[in-house]
Design a protein around this ligand. Structure first.
Ligand code: AHM
Ligand code: MG
Length: 350
């Protein structure tokens, strides 16, 4: 595995001489996407622009009146917007302006949104969670954006919601932005995973984590253990197994749970580990959304050498039925996810 080291502020500010901007990287890699004519590169550029705008809003979150419930009014009578609605609007605006998209599906909008720019539609469908982990905003904890990109099937002129319901395997690209101690954009087009850190002084994402590979096994597990009693037996037993002392397998493992999927996923991707949001009694399909949370992260983790499962099948093979459908998620280091699947299926017990 290649070791990835975060660049220092100093090296980012210098441009590092050998550092590459996201835009340079996208142009170099344009050939990665079959049939790409530059539209796809422009789409990624639009997403990066929206990410920078949301980053700006997130960084100002404590300073301006963008906290509070959507629909409330601030002192000057302006309508207050929750940061997740604001992020949704910024992404839709940037994609609409860019002109490469024909439809957007968003966690913040019930229906898929058809997009026309100057009377024309692009060829791409973007599904997104504009601000994941938004319950963490008010307490200054990392949050993120997740996106998934599909092509409008050939021969379709008007996009319909069913065109967005393609299996995860058909994603053209997927990525996330984590607004953490620094802001990073990580994406794949099916030819490896690359991470870019935003240098706020020049407003550019710079290649900081080339060709990310996740370890086969890590020491971290991430799950909301408050829900323990409502999990199925296999998941309970797997978590117990992780906690048993055993020198040979480096156990017990360490529990880390931020409650922001993007941030938990990102840490585990770099360090090795497993993130689980299982089915439970309250939510028989779990909590996370297939189309704009589970699928994009599954594409990324597989590209980084990891594994993503519902517990019984690869997430990327799930047949989508609805834009906002949920699915159980076991994702991360390949050997750990495989072991979790064995427990869930009852092939392994304590
Ligand atoms: P959100 O998209 O409404 O923010 O919900 C998804 C979030 C994930 O980021 C996080 O991993 C999970 O919900 C946390 O849920 P819980 O509080 O049930 O552990
Ligand atoms: Mg979310």
């Amino acid at each position: 595995m290649q070791t990835v080291t975060a660049p220092t502020q100093q090296s980012l500010a210098n441009g590092g001489g050998k550092l590459k901007t996201l835009e340079q990287f996208i142009i170099e890699r344009q050939g990665d996407v079959p049939g790409s004519t530059g539209q796809f590169s422009r789409l990624l550029r639009d997403i990066a622009l929206a990410a920078k705008i949301v980053d700006r809003d997130v960084r100002k979150a404590g300073l301006v009146d963008i906290f509070g419930e959507a629909g409330g009014e601030n002192a000057t009578g302006d309508t207050q917007k929750k940061l997740d609605m604001l992020a949704h609007e910024e992404f839709v605006r940037a994609l609409r302006r860019g002109g490469e998209v024909c439809m957007i599906g968003s966690e913040e909008h019930d229906e898929a949104i058809p997009i026309k720019t100057n009377g024309h539609s692009g060829r791409y469908i973007v599904l997104m969670d504009p601000l994941d982990g938004s319950s963490n905003v008010d307490v200054n904890v990392s949050i993120g954006t997740i996106f998934s990109i599909y092509r409008l099937p050939d021969g379709c002129e008007e996009p319909l919601t069913e065109h967005a319901l393609q299996p995860g395997r058909d994603q053209v690209a997927a990525g996330y932005v984590v607004y953490g101690s620094s802001t990073m954009l990580v994406y794949t087009t099916g030819n490896g995973v690359n991470g870019f850190t935003l240098d706020p002084s020049i407003g550019e994402f710079l290649l900081s984590h080339p060709n990310i590979q996740t370890p086969n096994v890590g020491k971290i597990y991430s799950i909301n253990e408050g829900n323990y009693r409502s999990w199925e037996d296999g998941t309970k037993e797997y978590i117990k197994w992780l906690q048993i002392e055993d020198k040979a397998t480096n156990r017990p493992y360490t529990s880390r749970y931020i409650g922001s999927f993007v941030a938990d996923f990102h840490r585990n991707l770099l360090k090795g580990g497993i993130y689980i949001y299982p089915a439970n009694v309250r939510d028989p399909r779990g909590k996370l959304r297939l189309m704009y949370e589970a699928n994009p992260m599954a594409f990324i983790v597989e590209q980084a050498g990891g594994r993503a499962s519902t517990g019984s099948q690869p997430i990327l093979d799930v047949k989508p039925e609805m834009l906002h459908q949920r699915c159980p998620v076991y994702i991360g280091s390949a050997d750990m996810v495989e072991m979790a699947e064995d427990f869930v299926a009852g092939r392994r017990t304590l």
